[in-house]
Design a protein around this ligand. Sequence first.
Ligand code: RB5
Length: 165
Amino acid sequence: AFGADHAGFELKTLLAARAAELGHEVIDLGTSSTASVDYPDFGYAVAEAVASGRADRGVVVCGTGIGISIAANRVRGARAGVATDLFSAQLMREHNDANVLGLGARVTAVPLAMAILETFLVFAQSPGIQGLSARTLRALWRGLTKSNPEIAALRPMMKIGARSI
Ligand code: RB5
């Protein structure tokens, strides 16, 4: 699923076309012009599509990618990160299991944004890096803070399982 505000509209259109070319089924959730809109509406729509299972991945674009990613991260089950380089695009999949990619149309030129998209679509979460971080994130989504015993109880496991990743 793709979404953008007015600043991200043009890049989003190009990225969605590229994803379709690569054989992905594209759901375009707007915006559909460069007329000014409120970016959280589109971050939320994409995140909701991903969290509900209607889409496997999301791509959100605004001026910097930051505002729309913040909005996407308000939806439980969505994990959005901004990438301005290929290494981050790979690692956000492998280490963070990000399911929403944020891109900044005023930051990242079109060819690099295309390559970041392709990287994000190709990589998967590394086996063995699942579990604990995901549980901690889920607890945080439920409104628990790190001082909560449920999260504190996860810490010793983290030390035992700690590996350099
Ligand atoms: C819109 O001008 C701009 O603020 C928005 O696209 C985005 O960059 C916010 O994070």
